[in-house]
Design a protein around this ligand. Structure first.
Ligand SMILES: Cc1cc2nc3c(=O)[nH]c(=O)nc-3n(C[C@H](O)[C@H](O)[C@H](O)COP(=O)(O)O)c2cc1C
Length: 204
């Protein structure tokens, strides 16, 4: 698309959308808390049906990341047939250390509303829109981020272990920090052509 003639804000928004990437290789330096507050605020500007605002955030830094890793490890223990085998012990060690890959981890949950006209799908869709806002705000503020999930998000015990309401659904772990300068971000995998993704009807 030709960006000529567009307002500065239109160019900035479209540029942010097209240049945001998932980046998992981060420096250990912890961003200022105010920056993290801004990206979480951006998440809360997402559309949400009937103003339910279903998103909830747990922001981990420092040692709290290790405590979060223990939640992931306990979840893995529940899935392992035998947690004592050497491969299980190694897998648990990896799981425990996962949140140490970034200086800040935002655990994002959706606490579904009991509003009769709002479905769980809508609440999760809204939470996902919030995560995308968060990622874009992080990108705009010079932070690098990646949205990760994994089997623990399907573990019914995990939301309460992270201190969310029992009815909550974990929709992701956002790893946040600054890009490790030694890391080259690979080109974005190509997107499907519009002939596959889009049908146009009623257009001349
Ligand atoms: C719901 C969801 C779950 C994801 N889980 C993971 C994950 O567990 N690990 C990971 O490295 N990336 C994860 N990603 C990030 C995708 O791998 C990434 O968005 C995709 O490769 C496209 O790259 P881009 O974001 O740079 O365009 C997830 C993305 C979404 C939307």
């Amino acid at each position: 698309m030709d960006l000529e003639g567009l307002s500065d804000i239109a160019v900035a928004v479209l540029d942010a959308l097209s240049t945001r990437r998932s980046i998992g290789r981060l420096k250990p330096d912890c961003p200022d808390r105010h920056l993290i507050e801004r990206v979480i605020q951006a998440a809360t500007f997402a559309p949400n049906h009937r103003h339910t605002q279903p998103w909830r955030f747990l922001v981990l830094a420092g040692d709290a990341r290790s405590h979060g890793g223990e939640v992931l490890a306990r979840s893995l223990v529940r899935r392992l047939a035998d947690p004592e085998t050497p491969s299980s012990v190694e897998a648990l060690r990896t799981e425990r250390a996962k949140f140490l890959r970034a200086p800040v981890i935002v655990v994002v949950a959706v606490e579904p509303s009991t509003e009769p006209n709002v479905t769980l799908d809508e609440e999760i869709a809204s939470g996902a829109a919030g995560v995308q806002n968060l990622l874009l705000a992080a990108h705009a503020l010079g932070l690098a981020a990646v949205w990760r999930t994994g089997d623990s998000v399907r573990d019914e015990v995990v939301p309460t272990e992270f201190g969310f309401a029992k009815s909550s659904v974990i929709i992701g772990y956002v790893y946040l920090g600054y890009l490790d300068p030694g890391h080259t971000v690979k080109p974005r995998p190509s997107r499907l052509p519009s002939e596959i993704t889009t049908r146009w009807e009623g257009w001349t």
